[in-house]
Design a protein around this ligand. Structure first.
Ligand code: ATP
Ligand code: MG
Length: 541
């Protein structure tokens, strides 16, 4: 296939309607399978979520029977980390499923808005998904579509996995997965196991693979395999090894990276045998974090190691509603100055949230082709709402003002995080154009000029292309291009402090350059200082 699946046809808004015992109150969202509503179950006077099922197989009795059987099987599960199925029904030709209502957002929403969470939060989420999978496996159920969209997370980081078995209903049981069939509107194969995309037998280890891919996305900020089409992605799951997580996030405990890669083993036999084992190993990682410095620093790592729930980690009551963060945090301080090893590990992740809060709009303006930014390669249906919004801001805000450059920077970093190096480079290159008019004082309070920002950005891109020598030269140029020689490092420090995600990208890029430089060549001292952003804090020498 050459295009991703078309979006589902739009359905009428059913707000206010009654379906059996359920009064639909407001629309919560729309997925590949249909709409989801907040509803009131009239007989029990409780809130529920009602999922309207787009029934592509309405006339197919086998499919209906399969759906019914699957719903019955899933209804047998009762687990704190699994969305409970209350009822299935049909009213006036509308098929629906009543589910436990979860007051939270999908993990996908969280990731799109804020990027990867702090490490203890990420591990706590993964453990709870593992607990859900363990319970399902004990009942002989395979989820088949574990992905961030199907993981709901409340403000208190309570995880609820949803849509158990539904992909079987949509995609067909035991059918080789055709990437053009209607089932693919349920999602892209971004998270699907090799055996699944090949139409081979699936079992509980298939879900473990998808858990691994989800974990990778959660920690790296992007899934391990992307591509312009569903087919490209599917082929990569079968044939390619993902870039080692430890290279993408050198700050992560190696043990955690090992767990994620083992989950993503191509051969099911090389994965973990059970989700319980995964849970146990994740608990070990948490324990290591706690031992490493969870005592009273800005990031408390008071995470319950035995149960599925966590304490000391919450979806910040003190921050914007619904945002995923670890609490408490002292604002305006570099976490690693005042805390132990664990906080150092989490410091950049924490910064990513801050970056997200400062620069990511919650609204989703529509993309329109306009002058300036050349077309990005990613087909629009695969482009996240966040990217669409950022592109819009980058194009429409007055050039060379802080909000416009911040949008550009966030856009370039997003492209970079998806390994779309050409796209990232284009954005950085555009930053390098001279301002169209003199910028008024106060209008541009960024620590470095747009031209310097662009140089750093292009140096990062070159590092990812493994053009280490060119990259290093450009990093040196970027530093040298900062006026006021005595304040160069202050400016770089401010840049990394204000935009920690960018600081992280710079540090990772210079480390990559160091590895890639020809034997006998070493980094110039100035550039070497960028390897460890913490070292910048010691100030100019
Ligand atoms: P897919 O069709 O592949 O499952 P999806 O997971 O993105 O796609 P849905 O499962 O239909 O879509 O969910 C759509 C939206 O409805 C979700 O993004 C979420 O915001 C909301 N939602 C789904 N289930 C619940 C629930 N039990 N409680 C609260 N909100 C829910
Ligand atoms: Mg879903």
């Amino acid at each position: 296939m050459s295009d991703p699946s078309p979006p589902p046809p739009s359905s009428p808004d059913l707000t206010g309607r009654r379906l059996g015992d359920f009064q639909l109150l407001r629309k919560l969202g729309q997925g590949g399978m249909g709409q989801v509503y907040l509803a009131k179950q009239l007989s029990l006077k409780r809130q529920v979520a009602v999922k309207i099922l787009r029934d592509d197989h309405a006339d197919n009795p086998t499919s209906r029977a399969r759906f019914q059987a699957e719903a019955e099987a899933v209804a047998r599960i009762s687990h704190p980390n699994i969305v409970q199925v209350y009822a299935v029904g049909e009213d006036d030709g509308i098929r629906y499923m009543a589910l436990e209502y979860v007051d939270g957002r999908t993990l996908r929403d969280h990731l799109d808005r804020k990027g990867p969470p702090d490490l203890p939060v990420a591990v706590a989420i993964l453990r709870q998904v593992a607990a859900a999978l363990q319970q399902a496996a004990e009942l002989g159920l395979v989820h088949r579509d574990i992905k961030p969209e199907n993981i709901l997370v409340t403000r208190k980081v309570q995880v609820k996995v949803t849509d158990f078995g539904l992909s079987r209903y949509v995609a067909g049981d035991g059918q080789p997965l055709s990437l053009t069939q209607s089932g693919m509107t349920v999602g892209t194969p971004l998270y699907m196991a090799p055996e699944q995309v090949q139409g081979k037998a699936v079992d509980h280890r298939t879900d473990l693979y998808s858990l691994g891919v989800t974990a990778y996305h959660l920690l790296a900020g992007f899934p391990p395999f992307t591509g312009a089409t569903a087919f490209d992605v599917a082929v990569k799951h079968v044939q390619q090894e993902p870039e080692p997580l430890a290279l993408v996030r050198p700050d992560l405990p190696p043990e955690l990276c090992r767990i994620v890669h083992r989950l993503m083993a191509k051969n099911p036999a090389d994965r973990y045998a059970t989700a319980k084992e995964v849970s146990r190993e994740l608990a070990g990682v948490l324990k290591g974090l706690s031992a490493g410095g969870g005592t009273g620093g800005p990031l408390s790592l008071n995470v319950t190691l035995t149960g599925a729930t966590v304490s000391g980690v919450s979806l910040g009551a003190s921050s914007a509603p619904g945002t995923l963060t670890a609490v408490p945090r002292e604002p305006g301080r570099w976490p690693w100055r005042v805390a132990g090893v664990a906080a150092v590990l989490a410091a950049f992740a924490g910064g990513w949230w801050a970056f997200g809060r400062a620069s990511q709009p919650d609204t989703t303006p529509t993309a329109s082709a306009g002058p300036g930014l050349p077309e990005l390669k990613l087909p629009t249906p695969l482009m996240s709402a966040r990217e669409t919004a950022l592109r819009d801001q980058w194009r429409t805000l007055p050039p060379h003002t802080r909000p416009q450059l911040e949008a550009g920077l966030a856009l370039a970093l997003l492209c970079l995080s998806e390994r779309r190096l050409d796209d990232a480079e284009r954005v950085f290159a555009e930053m390098n154009t001279p301002p169209p008019r003199p910028v008024k004082p106060g209008e541009y309070p960024l620590p470095v000029s747009a031209a310097v920002l662009a140089k750093f950005g292009r140096a990062v891109v070159l590092a990812h292309r493994d053009q280490a020598e060119e990259s290093v030269k450009l990093f040196a140029d970027a530093i040298a291009a900062i006026p006021k020689k005595d304040q160069q490092w202050l400016a770089v420090e401010k840049l990394c402090f204000t935009y920690p995600e960018f600081g992280h990208a710079i540090g990772a890029a210079v480390n990559r350059d160091a590895e890639n430089l020809p034997k006998g060549t070493s980094l110039p001292t100035t550039v070497a200082r960028l390897r460890n952003p913490a070292a910048l804090l010691s100030g100019p020498k």
